[in-house]
Design a protein around this ligand. Sequence first.
Ligand SMILES: Nc1ncnc2c1ncn2[C@@H]1O[C@H](COP(=O)(O)OP(=O)(O)OP(=O)(O)O)[C@@H](O)[C@H]1O
Ligand SMILES: [Mg+2]
Length: 200
Amino acid sequence: MLKVGLTGGIGCGKSTVAGIFADLNTPVLDADQIAHRLVEKGQPALAQIQQEFGTAILNPDGSLNRQNLREKVFSDLKQKQKLESILHPLIYKTIQAELEQLVAPYCIISIPLLFETGMTHLVDRILVIDCPVETQIERVQIRDNLTIERIQSIIDNQVSRAYRKAKADDLIDNSTADYRLAEQVKKLHNLYLSLSACRD
Ligand SMILES: Nc1ncnc2c1ncn2[C@@H]1O[C@H](COP(=O)(O)OP(=O)(O)OP(=O)(O)O)[C@@H](O)[C@H]1O
Ligand SMILES: [Mg+2]
């Protein structure tokens, strides 16, 4: 099975594009969703997080206070690395396990921090969703109601737009609302089907 890693900066449109692939019946694994599931109540990773960050990181009902954790790791690199050292290996293992269950010509693995986490060797091909930084900021501001400074800081902690573009095998330009995402996705869908046929 051809494994396509889908990545891009915050707010570039990864989830939007992954949804279009899913509409074409392509299996989509999503590192963000996996991370979310890994820290649900009762999951071992949540117990590890509690151990590292203290019980104050939990809501009264024992679930993770995500906002609280986000704030804790946002301005503290050591805390951030601690959290990542718990989650990233588990995300990696979960993706591998889910891949083994899949039967399809190709699949999409959405990994927002594909380069930053060194997970590139999980995939055969890299698809980058691209738009200008100003557009990222505008879209995230509307979606998440964060300050420009906060969004800029998240962007500064990710690899640069130029780096991503240089590493891309394929690129979807999501610069403007009328860039015909579905059309771009359909073209890549056909390309991935033909590439996977060549591998058989
Ligand atoms: N072409 C577009 N035109 C207008 N708005 C868009 C377009 N593409 C995506 N958006 C909007 O921009 C926001 C960010 O898109 P999306 O959530 O798909 O990005 P993402 O890359 O998954 O972000 P994150 O890194 O935070 O997961 C969403 O509110 C989405 O609806
Ligand atoms: Mg997303």
